[in-house]
Structures are given as structure tokens and as C-alpha cells.
Design a protein around this ligand. Structure first.
Ligand code: NAD
Length: 517
């Protein structure tokens, strides 16, 4: 069975994106040549099978790698601003196909249509960023200590960049990596999440069209599909100098060791355990909006989702009551219907993790203010819709220390100085996103100082979730330390070379060493 007729115009969207059904019941697209077992993609929206795709075998992988290696030899010679022009065209194609791609993201992953479209917009934005960057891949020049010598550094393309991505941002994370890697002169091999393989095929089709129209080799953008075993083909492959992996901390620890074992580079974007500090000087209205969106947006399945709210005891009850009231307004249901605020979790395994976490917090002594629960009945047939939960908890609880990828918000109380709240905020192994809600300048600056938040992202009067592509994105500690997207994140996709040129007839040695012959 291949593509099925579904509501919501998904079949039309897949056709617009060039995802086609072939004779053997699998679905495919351009430049995707896999011959392994079939992988079924079910929608968490209604539980229906959307399509099946073939996974990549070891033999297919070898073909992909050799196509990518050949393509690299051509692509690296194209001047960077011309590579930028190709990325510009890719961004334009995404503008054209924003609606069907956003819809597919929403249907295959379960986030709201608006968030699906927002994800495609992020892809467009990173393309724009990369186009400008293609004329700014600067190195420094230095003064040589030797007379008649010139010294400078330059950046060269690295080679094949392996991208392993998570289910929750099934298209944007790929673009954050590829748009930069391409302008840097690299070629990319992508293994999308096995939970969103059709998004992978759709993106590959868009890229393939653009490269073909420019007479460029197909291996600049490659797709492989399957579970962690297919990912492992890249992590253990010496021909892939950089592996950019987005996903759980558990996965990151395995990938990091595998890649380091062959002295490759890895860029890790792993789980978070993000908190908002609510100080006595917080604007409560803004706090509630930021906290609710952060905790229930994408059904709590963002790496930057708000998991913990650290509230000063002087305003604790006020914030708690306002939160419970705001949660009572939430509408849970089909994410393609814009009247709903919360869509489904990705699958039934995720629902089980959610249920287990709620049981766990109670067992550890937490107090459920909103106990959550799984929804059933009409519109909830997939079994993936859950009610957002709120629990009063303690930072020391084992469950609070872990990221549960679901809409569960823990309320923690602090008293006295801001440093007490910062200690709680930093008192977890993850270090992705953090925020403070305050109108007090001293508190805001303290939170951002070296003695403040230890996260890669620290915001003032903005929640933890959502980031602009212009800044470098990533986190510290067990979040993995990687940075991608904006600022100077491009440097990880290139190799740096230091060059010294002697334009004299003598050969003076560095450090004043004499070596007379
Ligand atoms: P996951 O770790 O289960 O899978 C992520 C990807 O890694 C998948 O493509 C999977 O096939 C692959 N993979 C798993 N084990 C592997 C291995 N041993 N070798 C190679 N590849 C392997 O994560 P998920 O459930 O898809 O996504 C949710 C997680 O991702 C959350 O922890 C979330 O916080 C994190 N995430 C982080 C960021 C970030 O930027 N920091 C962004 C999105 C998601």
C-alpha cells in the first residue's frame, strides 16, 4: 500500500512536492535510490498510514557516498557567491512550495499548521542568511614575525557533511545545516527521522530540482532513510568529516563517541530542560503568555519547550492561579484546524512516556494541579492526543531532572535572592534555553552575567522557545555544545588553513632559530 487518500489536501500537497507512488507500493522522489525494507509513515493527526518509503541498505549507502564524493570535487570549485546564488534559488522554491510543505510537516509530525508553515519560513530565512554569508566567508590576516613574510588564514570546504535529524523539526534543522554547508562548498547526506521520512523526500525533491536546473551534480544533496542503524553508517564513516546530529542526549552520547573514535567532528544539538525564572518584578500577563506557549506549543515537543517555571514565593500563588486559568482555555485537537492550540504527540510511545512521567512526579511527592490524561473519542482516534499537565515539584526529583518530550510543566518555588533561582535553573545536566521575566534591570543583567544562566540561550522577557535564525543556536553541558544557524556557526562547516608566504630571497626560521648550512 502506498499513498492513501486522506482529507486535508495532503495527497495534493504530496503531489505538488513531487512525492510519487511507484509500482511496488513505496513512495519516492528525485535522487532517492534506496532498496531496503519499507518504512511506514503514520500521521499522529488521525493515525492513518500516509505512505511507505524504502530504507537505505549498506549497498545503497555506498552508492550515495560515492555520488556525494564525486559531487564534492565539482561543487567545491564553484565560487562561494555562485553557490549562494543556487541557495537563493532554493529559498525561492521553498517560498513557492511553502503551503504544501508546511501542510505535510503538520500532518506527518503533528504540529499546528501555523507552526508547520513557520518551520518552512525558517528554511527560507536561513537561505537568505546563507546567500549574504556566501560573500563573507572571511579569514583574518596577521603580521608575520619574519621580515618579508605575509601570513593569513582562509577557510576551505570540508567535504561531506552528514546530517541526522529529529522528528520534531523534520525540515528546518536540515535547512539550518544544508544552507550553510552548501555555501561553504560542502555536500550533504541527510538521514531524517524515521518518524518523518516523507518530509525528507519532499525536501530532497526541492533541492534536486534546483541543482538540476543549474546543471550541477545530484550528489550535492543526498538522502538516506531508516532508523539509527542507517545513522550509524555515517557516524562510523571516515569519509564524513562532520556529523551534525540533532536528537536526544542518549543518541548524542553514542554519536559523539563514535565520531570522536575516528577523530571526526560532531555538531550536537541535543535535549533541553528549559526554565523560566519568574521574579517578583515580572509582568504577570507576559509571563503567562510566554509560559503557556513555551510549555504546550508543539505539544511540548520542542527542544526549547518550557519544562520548569521557577517562581518567587511572593507571587507564586498568583502565577499558579493565572496559569491554571489559562490552561482551561486550551483547545486540543487536529493541528490542521487553526482553532486548536495543542495537537497530538508524535506516537503512542511518546504518550506512554508522558503517562509514566506523570505517575513518576506523583510518586516522588509532586502535586498535580492539572493531572493531564489521554483523550479518546471522535477526533482523537490516533491515541496521541494528551491534556497538558501542571505539577508542583522539586528540582531534585529524578523526573524533573529529565526531559520528557510532552506538555508537562513543573512549578518550582524560590525565595530570597535571584541567585537562588539561578541555582535551580542551572541545577540540571542540560543547558539549552533559559529565560527570566523581570522588569528589574539589575536582575536581568545578573541573569545574563557569567554568574547567571549557564545555557546556550538566555532570554529576558521572552519565553524559552523559538529562536531567530540570525543568532547561533545550541546549548551547553549535555545539550552537546554545538552551534548552528546564524552568527559565525558557518565555521564548523569549513576547515581553517593558516598560510605563510615568504616573498624574500632568504629563508629566516620562526622563533629566531639558526640553521646555517
Ligand atoms: P532521537 O534521539 O530518538 O532521534 C534523533 C535522530 O537520531 C533520528 O534520526 C534517529 O534515527 C537518529 N539516531 C538515534 N540513535 C542513533 C545512533 N546511535 N546513531 C546514529 N543516529 C541515531 O530523538 P527524537 O525523538 O527524534 O527527537 C527528540 C529529541 O531531540 C529531544 O531530546 C529534543 O530535545 C531533541 N532536539 C534537540 C534540538 C536542538 O537543537 N538542541 C532540536 C530538536 C530536537
Amino acid at each position: 500500500m502506498g499513498l492513501v487518500a486522506t482529507d486535508y489536501g495532503i495527497k495534493e500537497a504530496l503531489a505538488q512536492l513531487g512525492v510519487i507512488e511507484i509500482n511496488d507500493g513505496s513512495s519516492t522522489g528525485s535522487n532517492f535510490f534506496s532498496n531496503g525494507e519499507l518504512l511506514s509513515s503514520f500521521s499522529p493527526v488521525d493515525g492513518k498510514l500516509i505512505a511507505k518509503v524504502k530504507t537505505t541498505t549498506a549497498e545503497d549507502y555506498e552508492n550515495v557516498l560515492s555520488t556525494a564524493s564525486d559531487a564534492f570535487l565539482e561543487w567545491r570549485k564553484v565560487p562561494a557567491p555562485q553557490r549562494g546564488e543556487v541557495v537563493r534559488q532554493f529559498g525561492d522554491k521553498l517560498r513557492e512550495l511553502k503551503d504544501p510543505l508546511g501542510k505535510l510537516v503538520s500532518y506527518e509530525m503533528g504540529k499546528s499548521l501555523q507552526e508547520g508553515l513557520g518551520e518552512v519560513q525558517e528554511m527560507i530565512d536561513i537561505c537568505d542568511f546563507a546567500v549574504g554569508l556566501s560573500r563573507q566567508l572571511h579569514g583574518l590576516t596577521m603580521h608575520s614575525e619574519r621580515p618579508g613574510h605575509r601570513m593569513y588564514e582562509q577557510y576551505h570546504a570540508l567535504g561531506i557533511v552528514g546530517i541526522i535529524s529529529a522528528f520534531n523539526f523534520p525540515v528546518a534543522v536540515w535547512a539550518w545545516n544544508t544552507a550553510l554547508a552548501w555555501i561553504c562548498g560542502d555536500v550533504c547526506v541527510w538521514k531524517p527521522s524515521e518518524k518523518a521520512p516523507l518530509c525528507g523526500i519532499a525536501c530532497q525533491n526541492i533541492a534536486a530540482q534546483v541543482f538540476k536546473a543549474n546543471g550541477l551534480p545530484e550528489g550535492i544533496s543526498c538522502l538516506i532513510n531508516g532508523d539509527y542503524k542507517v545513522g550509524e553508517m555515517m557516524t562510523s564513516d571516515q569519509r564524513v568529516p562532520l556529523v551534525s546530529a540533532t536528537g536526544s542526549i542518549r543518541m548524542g552520547k553514542i554519536v559523539a563517541q563514535k565520531v570522536a573514535g575516528r577523530l571526526g567532528k560532531s555538531l550536537l544539538e541535543l535535549g533541553g530542560n528549559n526554565a523560566i525564572i519568574v521574579s517578583p518584578d515580572a509582568d504577570i500577563k507576559m509571563t503567562i503568555i510566554g509560559a503557556v506557549f513555551g510549555a504546550v506549543g508543539t505539544a511540548g515537543q520542542r527542544c526549547t519547550s518550557t519544562r520548569r517555571l521557577i517562581i518567587h514565593d511572593s507571587i507564586y500563588d498568583k502565577v499558579k492561579d493565572a496559569l491554571v486559568e489559562a490552561y482551561s482555555q486550551l483547545r486540543i485537537g487536529n493541528p490542521l484546524d487553526e482553532n486548536n492550540h495543542v495537537g497530538p504527540l508524535i506516537d503512542v510511545d511518546a504518550v506512554n512516556m508522558y503517562k509514566k512521567a506523570i505517575e513518576e512526579v506523583v510518586k516522588e511527592g509532586g502535586n498535580l494541579l492539572l493531572e493531564g490524561g489521554v483523550l479518546d473519542g471522535e477526533g482523537y482516534e490516533s491515541g496521541c492526543y494528551v491534556k497538558p499537565a501542571i505539577a508542583e515539584a522539586n528540582n531534585k526529583f529524578n523526573i524533573v531532572q529529565h526531559e520528557t518530550f510532552a506538555p508537562i510543566l513543573y512549578l518550582l518555588k524560590y525565595s530570597g535572592e535571584l541567585q537562588n533561582a539561578i541555582a535551580l535553573q542551572n541545577g540540571v545536566v542540560q543547558g539549552l534555553s533559559s529565560a527570566i521575566m523581570t522588569n528589574n534591570l539589575r536582575e536581568a543583567e545578573m541573569f545574563l552575567s557569567v554568574a547567571g544562566s549557564d545555557c546556550g540561550i538566555a532570554n529576558v522577557n521572552i519565553g524559552t522557545s523559538g529562536a531567530e535564525i540570525g543568532g547561533a543556536f545550541g546549548g551547553e553541558k549535555e545539550t552537546g555544545g554545538g552551534r548552528e544557524s546564524g552568527s559565525d556557526a558557518w565555521k564548523v562547516y569549513m576547515r581553517r588553513q593558516t598560510n605563510t608566504i615568504n616573498y624574500t630571497a632568504d629563508l629566516p626560521l620562526a622563533q629566531g632559530i639558526k640553521f646555517d648550512l
